[in-house]
Design a protein around this ligand. Sequence first.
Ligand SMILES: NC(=O)c1ccc[n+]([C@@H]2O[C@H](COP(=O)([O-])OP(=O)(O)OC[C@H]3O[C@@H](n4cnc5c(N)ncnc54)[C@H](OP(=O)(O)O)[C@@H]3O)[C@@H](O)[C@H]2O)c1
Length: 218
Amino acid sequence: MTTFNAFRIHQDSSGHRAGLEALTLDQLTPGEVTVRVEWSAVNYKDALAVTGRGKILRHSPLVGGVDAAGRIEASSDPALPVGTPVVITGGGLGEVRDGGFATYLRVPADMAIPLPAGLSTRQAMIIGTAGFTAALALMRMEHNGQTPALGPILITGASGGVGSFATALCVRRGYEVAALTMKPASIQYLEKLGAQKVILRDGLAMGNAPWRPRTSAA
Ligand SMILES: NC(=O)c1ccc[n+]([C@@H]2O[C@H](COP(=O)([O-])OP(=O)(O)OC[C@H]3O[C@@H](n4cnc5c(N)ncnc54)[C@H](OP(=O)(O)O)[C@@H]3O)[C@@H](O)[C@H]2O)c1
């Protein structure tokens, strides 16, 4: 049987280990569609899973990668013919089912989203789950009535994966963005993304207030 490369993570009684393994299709979590993966982003969660520094995997072993973009290789769903470019993100990829760090991926048909015309598989994974998260957040805010006319938007953790996409998206959408960051070295980057104001965390007059939100009534 033909084998392909997969970056597989094991987290079991003998400890944590991860690396390339030769797998066959029937070793992957099953699904109605088989996708030939072209790109997968490296998300913070992937770093936690691959290094074993975070409890991401809920099964072991599992192929890593919380997202992927590629083309349908085989499908029992007429809405997803062979060759369709698709993106897959969330849905437990790399957490409860085999993820995108492999030549192939099998998923239920409703997890494979056809890419809109004009967006390549590479571009979809440059945006990645972090970018889609920022976009979904902005969509939800606008659904709830947010508009540029309501005033500036403060984006915390602005230099991070989600924060930098949120900054760029809000700017493109016409919002005035104030980007809050801990890192002086990120000021130029955030200005380049279009933030009208960059606020350094250390410059905020927070008095004795805690930096982290409280989890219970104090
Ligand atoms: N990445 C995803 O796909 C995704 C999806 C869903 C939800 N999330 C959630 O979104 C949040 C951000 O994720 P991310 O992937 O963007 O992470 P990230 O790339 O590590 O960015 C987090 C940013 O938060 C700031 N930060 C870090 N430690 C901090 C601290 N102690 N106090 C204040 N700010 C701190 C830093 O930005 P500055 O130096 O600029 O302040 C850092 O770059 C997380 O809560 C994550 O669980 C992420």
